[in-house]
Design a protein around this ligand. Structure first.
Ligand code: GDP
Ligand code: MG
Length: 437
């Protein structure tokens, strides 16, 4: 639980989200008694979902080429991914399944999840400012096959950018506008429209079609959507699209946004568990140990050890603790450790540290089994040496008793209290409004 959270940059960044998730896990584990059962379940589910998303990598930018049959999606896909796609053994894009080109070596989990078959993946591309890009060539949206349409509808919402490829002869296609573009307008999913095949048109014709297309798009509710005229075949005009892709790659991804949004929600649910500005204080562990030692009779035993230097014989002092004595100290500990924190933390610390009966049993056991210093007998005439021996006998016995107590209090009281405080601080970090900007 010692991850540096605040130092890690952007809230859409994979590492930042990983760290935040780690913190949520710590909070879920340690602050469980303070979180309602329903909230605990809901946030646990959120954490699992985010874990899952992070495993696929949220830094990959998914760009989907969508459009009707023959609009030029596959040609454009090949153009963007470059010559490499024609390398033998790598599948060429086909019309009924999704093909992918990834400017990444780590996109397999994502591609698996997107449902891209291994033989339709071209991975490990790099350069052109596209690192992190996962480009998808979708089946035709106007396909008569239910399967193809199913694929399109499943993949579209996962895309960070939709590139609608349209043919100058079919740009007014009813399904394209009614079923897809109006949806894109509603969900505000980032999109661009590519007017392809412009090599078959004069410049004048291209502009006329582009203008008319723009008109139809504003009817769809997409006034600001860019129309990019280009030719996938000749490559003319593609640099504008490439620039758009570079921008997309540099922005936060849908996956990162989803995780960020989920975690921001979870942090709002838990915000009531934090008292802003209050830093939990750890009570004095040595003082607790000394106080328990005294209550157990360690000082009496030490006194007896001092006497034994003279008499040569120590009376056996039985060390024991009462539940009442321990309970009082335990309560004081909890009160101090949760001072200023919202009430539920009292229960959290109370659950985290051992119960009275358990503590008493362990402490008595530890005091009974530790090996105590042997009394050292010094003749009376060596009075200086004897005085030193008396002091040593006393202090060694006290030290031994305290060590026996510390061996129990350390792991069963101190460490769990620190862990609760760590969870508190982790949560305080998570609920800061700036954490999820
Ligand atoms: N003239 C011309 N033909 C193109 C262009 N883009 C694609 N094509 C051709 O149009 C046909 C369909 O292209 P394809 O990429 O398979 O379309 P898809 O069905 O959307 O994947 C193919 O014969 C391509 O060669 C272009 O910009 N100009
Ligand atoms: Mg195709």
């Amino acid at each position: 639980m010692s991850v540096q959270f605040t130092a890690v940059g952007d809230a859409g960044d994979q590492r930042y989200l990983h760290d935040a998730l780690l913190r949520f896990k710590g909070v879920l584990q340690w602050a469980r008694p303070a979180i309602g059962k329903e909230d605990h379940e809901a946030i646990s589910a959120t954490v699992r979902r985010c874990d899952d998303r992070l495993a696929r990598g949220v830094d990959h930018t998914v760009v989907a080429l969508a459009g009707g049959t023959g609009s030029g999606k596959s040609t454009l896909f090949n153009r963007i991914s470059g010559k490499r796609f024609s390398i033998e053994g790598v599948a060429r894009p086909t019309t009924s399944e999704v093909s992918a080109a990834a400017w990444s070596h780590e996109a397999d989990a994502l591609l698996e999840w997107l449902g891209v078959e291994p033989q339709r993946r071209l991975t490990g591309l790099s350069g052109s400012g596209l690192d992190g890009l996962v480009l998808l060539d979708l089946p035709d949206h106007d396909s008569i096959s239910d399967h193809n349409r199913g694929v399109v509808e499943r993949v579209l919402p996962m895309a960070d950018l939709l590139v609608w490829v349209v043919d100058p002869q079919k740009y007014a296609d009813y399904a394209l506008h009614e079923r897809f573009l109006k949806d894109a307008a509603r969900t505000q999913q980032p999109s661009v429209v590519v007017l392809n095949h412009t090599d078959r048109l004069t410049t004048q014709q291209s502009w006329e079609v582009a203008k008319d297309l723009q008109r139809l798009l504003s009817i769809d509710g997409l006034e600001d959507l860019a129309v990019i005229p280009l030719s996938a075949r000749t490559g003319e005009g593609t640099e504008v699209l490439m620039e758009r892709l570079t921008t997309a790659v540099g922005s936060r991804t849908v996956a990162a946004e989803a995780v960020r949004g989920d975690l921001a929600d979870a942090s709002r649910t838990l915000a009531g568990l934090i008292e802003p500005g209050v830093e939990p204080r750890i009570p004095d562990g040595d003082a607790l140990i000394a106080s328990i030692a005294q209550a157990a009779g360690v000082l009496d035993k030490a006194e007896e050890a001092r006497r034994a230097v003279e008499t040569g014989r120590a009376q056996d002092i039985r060390l024991s603790l009462s539940d009442a004595a321990l309970d009082k100290r335990r309560r004081e500990w909890i009160a101090y450790a949760t001072d200023g924190l919202p009430q539920p933390w009292v229960t959290v610390v109370d659950h985290a540290i051992d119960a009275v009966a358990q503590l008493r049993e362990d402490l008595e056991g530890s005091l009974a089994t530790i090996s105590w210093p042997k009394p050292e007998q010094v003749p009376a005439w060596r009075f200086l040496k004897r005085a030193r021996a008396r002091r040593r006998a006393y202090h060694d016995t006290v030290d031994t008793g305290r060590r026996a107590i510390a061996a129990v209090i350390g792991p069963n009281v101190l460490t769990p209290t620190r862990a609760v405080h760590d969870a508190y601080r982790a949560l305080a970090d998570l609920v800061r409004p700036e954490a999820w900007k």
